[in-house]
Design a protein around this ligand. Structure first.
Ligand code: PLP
Length: 372
């Protein structure tokens, strides 16, 4: 019988995610499925939590992979930490901080935004001014803004938020596993990520950590968390303690995949992994510049794992370029979003995609496609 899965070709995933999955993660995904309360599985969960704490550089007890993609992590942080009428400040300079505004508004928060132009980073001086003039229950920002390729200065904003009573919420979906993310040193109360960016896994889990202060706020809410599935006080009943209680069935094999990806991260070593992302970014940027292409973001603010490239005026149909890369060269790159549609391409160098052969393959393909 005809089976479409037999015809899936291997695409070099160089877009904004998902990125290439490591072969050892594919192997891990195909290990036998265990019951979600099987003692061997609980033991895998416990070790996984330890590795996640180390990856996120935190001692937080509540550190676990939520079932769902990065957006589920975003929703979980807001839904657990915000009550209707809470004053929330969101620092906006791209698609994902705009998504935060949407999520927080739906929960009845009073949302203020501080906006910065797309392609530039959050300016700590503006944040300081805003925090001097207003008080908030929560301040949220995106570390690696995947829609623009900008790295936001979480470490500089942190002391400003810390000097108020607000909780500090950070999106580390694209940064975690590819560059420094130090949850405790940066005074972060709630951080979420995703498996399909720099962790070399397929999409499906959202590693999350909550500080004691954040978890206490979730436990002492006046109203129940309005979303049963993402209620962290219920989820920790399954992930914590000596008596593990069923909440929802954990995505067992995805958890094997994440477990293996964290093994890979620590085998290679934190510094080596981050250096590899930076080096591949430099190789790509210099190769692109030799082809006459320029980067969209100014050098000091560029992310290593998400490279926004300005589409040259000579290119009339940018979608045709991406289509040729995919059809002829089996390489996927990303388009611009929102106001950057048609203005930039987004080239991901995340996790297992951040390799020399991948960068060279893309540069060669670009060279052929652009010179035709
Ligand atoms: C990809 C991404 C998300 C959303 O993750 P999904 O896995 O698509 O739900 C959120 N924030 C940032 C910065 C991202 O790059």
């Amino acid at each position: 019988m005809h089976n479409q899965l037999d015809h899936i070709r291997e695409v070099l995933l160089m877009g904004p995610g998902p990125s290439c999955v490591h072969p050892r993660v594919y192997q891990a995904l195909s290990r036998p499925t265990l019951g979600h309360l099987d003692p061997s599985f609980i033991s895998i969960m416990d070790e996984l939590k330890e590795h996640l704490r180390s990856l996120m550089q935190t001692d937080n007890t509540v550190t676990l992979p939520l079932s769902g993609t990065g957006s589920a992590g975003m929703e979980a942080c807001f839904v657990n930490l915000i009550e209707p009428g809470d004053r929330v400040l969101i620092l906006v300079n791209g698609v994902f901080s705009m998504r935060m505004v949407e999520v927080a508004s739906r929960l009845g928060a009073l949302v203020d935004t501080l906006e910065f132009s797309w392609g530039t980073p959050v300016d700590p001086a503006a944040v300081e001014k805003q925090l001097d003039a207003h008080s908030y229950e929560l301040v949220a920002m995106v570390h690696a803004e995947t829609s623009t390729g900008v790295c936001n200065p979480v470490g500089e904003v942190s002391p400003l938020v810390r000097s108020t009573d607000a909780l500090f919420l950070v999106d580390a979906v694209t940064s975690l596993g590819g560059m420094e993310v130090a949850a405790d040193a940066w005074g972060i109360d709630a951080l979420y990520s995703g498996t399909q960016k720099c962790l070399s896994c397929p999409p499906g889990l959202s590693p999350v950590t909550l500080s004691d202060r954040a978890f206490t706020k979730a436990k002492n809410r006046k109203q129940k968390v309005p979303n049963w599935y993402l209620d962290i006080t219920l989820i920790t009943g399954y992930w914590e303690g000596s008596k593990r209680a069923y909440h929802h069935t954990a995505p067992i094999n995805m958890i094997y995949g994440l477990y293996e990806s964290l093994k890979l991260f620590f085998e290679e070593g934190r510094d080596a992994v981050f250096a590899r992302h930076r080096e591949m970014h430099e190789l790509l940027a210099s190769g692109l510049s030799q082809l006459g292409l320029t980067m969209f973001v100014e050098e000091p603010y560029r992310l290593p794992m998400l490279n926004a490239v300005t589409i040259p005026e000579s290119v009339e149909d940018e979608a045709a370029v991406r289509k040729r890369l995919l059809e002829e060269f089996c390489i996927e790159i990303g388009a611009g979003l929102g106001p950057l549609t048609g203005k930039i391409w987004r080239i991901g160098l995340m996790g297992h995609t951040a390799r020399e052969d991948a960068v060279k393959r893309l540069l060669d393909a670009f060279d052929q496609v652009l010179s035709d």
